[in-house]
Design a binder for this molecule. Structure first.
Ligand code: PLP
Length: 393
C-alpha cells in the first residue's frame, strides 16, 4: 500500500465546489435548483477578450512562454495598476500565474513552516487556512466582525502579531462578507506594521474593481513603506468573468520574485499563451465591460439585501464590495451549515454555510448574487417560505 506524506492529512478544500457538485447532482435528478453558492460571474467573458484568445491560437501562440509571463501582459498589468491605483510597478516585478489562488499558494509556501504563525482573515477564503496548515505553520485567525462592517480592524490585527508571525494575509474587498476596509483603517494598519519590519504581507485584491456606493478600494500597493515586503494578488477571474481561463497576476518584492519564478518553473511552467494574450486585451481594452458588470451586480445587491432583511429572523448589512451577501442567520435557530444544507436539499437554493469560511463564520451564510435578478428573487421567495415553515431548525 502506498502512503503519502502526513501534510496531506492537513490540506483542506473549498466547500463551494462540493456544493456546486451537489447542486448539479440534484439538478440532474430533475430538481429545480437556484445556485447562489459558487462565486463566479454569471456573465460570459466579454467578446473582445474571447476574440483575442482565439486570434492568439490562430496566430500560432501554441508554445511555452517565459515562466513569469509574456512581457506585453506584464506591461499591461503595470499600466492597469498605474491607472487604478496611481502606482509605479515595474513589469519585472509582475508575475503571471494560472489564477489568483496560485499567488497565495506560492506566498504561503514561502513563509509557512512549523513554528511560524500566519495571520489570515476569518471568515475568509478557505484556501488561506488550508495552505497554512499544509505547510505546518500555525494558522492565527483575525476575526472579521459584522459590527465593524466586515472590515478588518487594524488594532485587532496588530494585537495578534508575535515574534513568530511571518506572514499577514489581508483581503479587501472580501470574500465571503463583501466587506471593504476603509482607507483610514489601512493607514492605521500600515503605520502599526512599522514596528514589525520582518513581517511579510499578502494582499488579496482580486475583487478590487468591485465596490459600490462610491466606496473606493484602497490598494496596499499605495504604501511605499511596505512595498519591499508586500505581495499583491490580483487576476482576471472576477473582474473580466474569466474564472475558467485561469489567469492571475501578482506583484512581488525583488527578493521573492525569483523564488516565485522557480516555483512556477517547477509547477506549471507558464500560463497558456492564448489566455495571456486574452489578458492583454482585457487590461488594455475598454473597461466599459467592467463598469457594466459592476453596475449589474449593484442592482442585484439591492435586491438581495432588501429581500434578505425581509426574511424572518434574518438580517443583512449592505455589502460594499465583491458580489456576496453574508446575512446573519443566528436568530433563525438554525446552525449555519445545517441551514445551508437544508436550504439546498429541501428548498432548492444553494448557499454556503459561514463556518466553511472559518469559526467566526458561525451564524451566517454566504449568498453569491452573481446570478440573474429573476433567480435571486426565486431564491429569496423559497427561503422565505422555508424559514416560515421550519423556524428553529
Ligand atoms: N481570492 C479570493 C478572496 C477569492 O474569493 C478567490 C476565488 O473565489 C480567489 C482568490 C481565487 O481566484 P482564482 O479563481 O483566480 O484562483
Amino acid at each position: 500500500m502506498v502512503t503519502i506524506v502526513p501534510s496531506f492529512g492537513r490540506i483542506g478544500e473549498e466547500n463551494a465546489f462540493a456544493v456546486l457538485a451537489r447542486a448539479g447532482q440534484l439538478a440532474a435528478e430533475g430538481r429545480d435548483i437556484v445556485n447562489l453558492g459558487i462565486g463566479q460571474p454569471d456573465m460570459p467573458t466579454p467578446a473582445h477578450i474571447v476574440e483575442a484568445g482565439i486570434k492568439a491560437l490562430r496566430d500560432g501562440h501554441h508554445g511555452y512562454t517565459p515562466a513569469v509571463g509574456i512581457l506585453p501582459l506584464r506591461e499591461a498589468v503595470s499600466r492597469d495598476l498605474h491607472r487604478r491605483h496611481g502606482v509605479e510597478v515595474s513589469p519585472d516585478s509582475v508575475m503571471i500565474v494560472p489564477g489568483g489562488k496560485v499567488t497565495m499558494f506560492m506566498a504561503i509556501l514561502m513563509f509557512g513552516e512549523p513554528g511560524a504563525e500566519i495571520l489570515y482573515p476569518d471568515p475568509g477564503f478557505p484556501i488561506y487556512r488550508s495552505m497554512i496548515e499544509f505547510t505546518g505553520a500555525t494558522p492565527v485567525p483575525v476575526p472579521i466582525r459584522e459590527a465593524n462592517g466586515f472590515a478588518f480592524s487594524a488594532e485587532e490585527t496588530l494585537s495578534l502579531v508575535t515574534e513568530r508571525t511571518r506572514l499577514l494575509i489581508l483581503n479587501s474587498p472580501a470574500n465571503p462578507t463583501g466587506g471593504v476596509t476603509p482607507k483610514a483603517e489601512i493607514d492605521a494598519l500600515v503605520a502599526g506594521l512599522a514596528a514589525h519590519p520582518d513581517l511579510a504581507i499578502l494582499s488579496d485584491e482580486i475583487y478590487g474593481t468591485m465596490t459600490y456606493d462610491g466606496e473606493a478600494h484602497h490598494s496596499l500597493l499605495r504604501y511605499p513603506e511596505i512595498r519591499e515586503r508586500l505581495i499583491y494578488l490580483d487576476g482576471a477571474s472576477k473582474t473580466y468573468a474569466m474564472t475558467g481561463w485561469r489567469l492571475g497576476w501578482s506583484v512581488w518584492p525583488k527578493p521573492l520574485y525569483d523564488a516565485a519564478r522557480k516555483l512556477a518553473v517547477n509547477a506549471h511552467s507558464c500560463v497558456n499563451a492564448a489566455t495571456q494574450w486574452a489578458g492583454v486585451a482585457a487590461l488594455d481594452g475598454s473597461q466599459d465591460c467592467v463598469a457594466e458588470m459592476v453596475a449589474e451586480f449593484d442592482r442585484r445587491r439591492a435586491l438581495v439585501v432588501e429581500g434578505l432583511n425581509a426574511l424572518p429572523n434574518v438580517s443583512c448589512i449592505t455589502p460594499k464590495g465583491a458580489f456576496y451577501a453574508f446575512p446573519n442567520v443566528g436568530k433563525t435557530g438554525w446552525k449555519a451549515k445545517k441551514l445551508a444544507s437544508a436550504l439546498l436539499e429541501e428548498a432548492g437554493v444553494a448557499t454556503i454555510g459561514g463556518p466553511d469560511f472559518g469559526v467566526h463564520g458561525e451564524g451566517y451564510i454566504r449568498l453569491s448574487y452573481a446570478n440573474s435578478s429573476e433567480n435571486i428573487l426565486r431564491a429569496l421567495d423559497r427561503m422565505g417560505t422555508f424559514l416560515s415553515e421550519r423556524a428553529g431548525g
